[in-house]
Each structure stands twice: as C-alpha cells, then as structure tokens.
Write a protein that binds this ligand. Structure first.
Ligand code: AMP
Length: 206
C-alpha cells in the first residue's frame, strides 16, 4: 500500500502516521523528520533546509524531491510507503507520480483556529519522537511514554506558525483538489480524539 498523509501542520499527521504505518507494515517516511535529522547532523542538506524551516517556508522542491526519491529506492519501501508531509506542492506531487504513484491519500482536516493552539502547545520527545500537548503532560519536560526530555520545535513558535499555515493554504491545499480529481482522496475529520481519527482512517482504506 502506497499512502500519502495530507493536512495542515498540527492536524495530527505524524501521530496517526506512526500508528497506521505499524498497522499496514509500511515505512513511515516524514520529510520533516528527515530534515530535522539532517539539521542536527549538520549535513549539507540540513544546512540548506534550516533557513527555510526557521522561516516557516518550504524547502525548495528540487531538494525535497531528490531526498524522497532516494529514500523510496531503499529496500524497505518495496511493499509500499506512508509519506507524511510530502508532497506539499503540485510540483512535488507530479514528481511522485513519476517515482512511485500513491494508491490513496488521507487528508486529515482540522480548522485553522484549532491548529494554532495545537501547535503552540505541542511538545516532542527527543528520544521516541512521541508528540504531546502540553496540557496533557504531568511534567512539562518529561515524555510520559519513555521518560526522556520533551522539547518545543523551533518552528512551533507563534510567528512561524502563522507563516506555516499561510504556506499550507497557498502551496499545499491545492493538492486536495489534485488528488480528488484522481479519485484517490479520503477526507478525514481530524478534530476528534486520536482513537476515533485512527479508526476513521483505517475504515476509509478498507
Ligand atoms: P513538518 O515536520 O512536516 O511540519 O516539516 C517541518 C518543515 O520541514 C516544514 O515547515 C518545511 O520547512 C520542511 N519540509 C518538510 N517537508 C517538506 C516538503 N515536502 N516540502 C518542502 N519543505 C518541507
């Protein structure tokens, strides 16, 4: 199964993708995580990507497409993939059609006014990459699952969030119509609890 998770920042793509990829036994490929790893390791891609990420902008298509093409050629993608955060532009979607076209697209929909609170309150575990809302943490700096430190992403600051939401509506939201026209779009109401969203995604794939 080759799957794409579409949706605005803060819709819950990463959290749901982790569960769905385990369920379907396909690798969860998050381009945002790949860039954050590259930034931490100070690779040439990381150095280039960082200035775009810090500004809430998209990394240039050519850089992202080359990175995803290489990743999808790895052996663990032989039976499919779950792409989280890619494609984000029509140019990326067109490139993916030439690399390995998706079977289905999950669009997780959450209104903008809910996303701002979700993103400013988001904390991520440095070790297990679990994502939590600060209001749900007994200790604001400790991961409730593995006990390691949780942190706030640099791009989850209010100024950057506004820019990311604007970029989403301008560059990425057109992909909803793009995949709808191909008959591949599954719309999911993401403004519910995690379990209900998870069940709705699996049901939509049956
Ligand atoms: P994410 O974790 O998916 O929110 O991605 C974090 C940041 O990484 C984005 O705001 C972009 O700067 C960059 N990024 C991730 N995926 C892409 C993509 N498909 N195209 C361009 N930039 C991306």
């Amino acid at each position: 199964m080759k799957l794409i998770f579409l949706g605005p920042p803060g819709a819950g793509k990463g959290t749901q993708a982790a569960g769905v990829s385990a369920n379907l036994r396909v690798p969860h490929i998050s381009t945002g995580d790949m860039f954050r790893n590259a930034v931490n390791n100070k690779t040439p891609t990381g150095v280039e990507a960082k200035r775009y990420m810090d500004a809430g902008q998209l990394v240039p298509d050519s850089v992202v497409i080359a990175m995803v093409k290489e990743r999808l050629s790895e052996p663990d993608c032989a039976n499919g993939y779950l792409l989280d955060g890619f494609p984000r532009t029509v140019e990326q979607a067109e490139a993916l059609e030439g690399i390995s076209a998706p079977d289905a697209v999950i669009d997780i929909e959450v209104p903008d006014e809910r996303l701002f609170d979700r993103l400013t309150g988001r904390r991520v575990c440095k070790a297990c990459r679990g994502t939590y809302h600060i209001s749900k943490l007994a200790n604001e700096t400790v991961c409730p699952v593995c006990g390691n430190e949780v942190y706030q992403r640099d791009d989850d600051k209010p100024e950057t969030i506004t820019k990311r939401l604007q970029v989403y509506h301008e560059a990425t939201a057109p992909l909803i119509g793009y995949y709808e026209a191909k008959g591949k779009l599954n719309r999911i109401d993401g403004d519910r609890n995690l379990e209900d969203v998870f069940k709705a995604i699996l049901a939509s794939l049956e």
